[in-house]
Design a protein around this ligand. Structure first.
Ligand SMILES: *Cc1c(COP(=O)(O)O)cnc(C)c1O
Length: 360
């Protein structure tokens, strides 16, 4: 068996230990005589799995008791609609910070249901930095302010949490959840599609303060109402059972490693190897201002499209796959989520050095 180093932005690498455990339990999970895929979601075997998943996530993220944890479908993109539908029914106004494609999409969807304000944007410099935002910029009476904590495509990250005072802060953490410690109590709602840093595609985690549930707009579809899922333990209908099971294995893997603080330390170390190289290279350049750099997604370029293409092709041949940048940025992007080992980043940098020397 030969496995590649996969730098995909998502779906992305999963820890080898998790895949091996899933393989071991594929035909017979826990003496049940069945695969998790074959289990009734109403069975006691499956109930134990989803309960464990929630308990583990609460433990590793330190989620306060007054927050619900929901396992939903429809991707992070469905949250772009669910958030205004459920949280925007007081004053029908909300603020959005525009820091990339995902933020733009969230904003566009918000506009369908309420008066949405784009209070700040970094579109002027292709989202290569984060605009400074604080509570003085918020619209009076806004029901929430939406931020994208880590911008997967552009490689920016809120390295200091903006001070929004008492506002309800909603945060898209699809590409940074579980990579760093987060004070959940500072947020009204956190959401994340699983396929970046949590598990396989198909499940979206929503962590929402209880008092924000139960006030959805009148026409909200039943399936898009948080109350529906909160009052049914994410089992109003059939949940994405296997995806939740893999997430549970990932949560266990993080816990056994020492938890999120240890994960974060590893992520800092990993990202430093790559950024340090980029900062001294005369061929490769990072595209983000240093203070807003992401630990998870690292976009970089050379000064020629031909060289970029050559690099991507040669890297692929050496087992470094999915390094092509997003179509809107070009160049390269290395996504180095929790599951990417330090050796993977070191091997990539060694290859980049070699490529630079050979293509002077
Ligand atoms: C990938 C991504 C999304 C979209 O997720 P889907 O699950 O495909 O809907 C939204 N926001 C961010 C920050 C992402 O990285």
């Amino acid at each position: 068996m030969s496995r590649v180093y996969n730098f995909s932005a998502g779906p992305s690498m999963l820890p080898l230990e998790v895949l091996e455990r899933a393989q071991k339990e594929m035909l017979d999970c826990n003496g049940s005589g069945q695969s998790v895929m074959e289990m009734s979601h109403r069975s006691k075997e499956y109930q134990a799995i989803i309960d464990d998943a929630e308990a583990l996530l609460r433990e590793i993220m330190n989620i306060p008791d007054n927050y619900k944890v929901l396992f939903l479908q429809g991707g992070a993109s469905t949250q772009f609609a669910m958030i205004p539908l459920n949280l925007g029914n007081k004053n029908k106004k909300a603020d959005y910070v525009i820091t990339g494609q995902w933020a733009k999409k969230a904003f566009a969807e918000g506009k369908r249901y309420l008066e949405a304000h784009d209070i700040a944007s970094s579109a002027d410099k292709t989202f290569s930095y984060l605009p400074k935002v604080d509570k003085s910029m918020l619209t009076p009476g806004a029901d929430f302010v939406h931020i994208t904590y880590n911008n997967t495509i552009y490689g920016t990250h809120f390295n200091t949490m903006p001070d929004f005072g008492d506002a309800v802060v909603v945060s898209d953490m699809s590409s940074c959840i579980l990579s760093e410690e987060v004070d959940v109590s500072k947020f009204g709602l956190i959401y994340a599609g699983a396929q970046k840093n949590m598990g396989p595609a198909g499940v979206t985690v929503v962590i929402v303060r209880e008092d924000l549930i139960g006030n959805a707009m009148e026409f909200t579809p039943t399936m898009l109402n948080y109350e529906t899922h909160a009052s049914n333990g994410s089992m109003f209908n059939t949940p994405p059972t296997y995806a939740i099971y893999i997430c549970k294995l990932v949560f266990e893997w993080i816990k056994n490693m020492g938890g999120i603080p240890v994960m974060h330390e590893k992520n800092v170390k990993k990202a430093k190897v790559l950024y340090d190289f980029l900062d001294q290279s005369s061929m490769f350049k990072g595209t983000v201002v240093p203070e807003d750099r992401s630990l998870m997604n690292v976009p970089f370029v050379t000064d020629s499209d031909e060289l970029n293409a050559k690099f991507i092709a040669e890297a692929k041949a050496k087992g470094f796959v999915n390094l092509k940048g997003h179509r809107t940025v070009g160049g390269m992007r290395a996504s180095i989520y929790n599951a990417m080992p330090l050796e993977g980043v070191e091997a990539l940098v060694a290859f980049m050095k070699e490529f630079e020397a050979n293509n002077k």
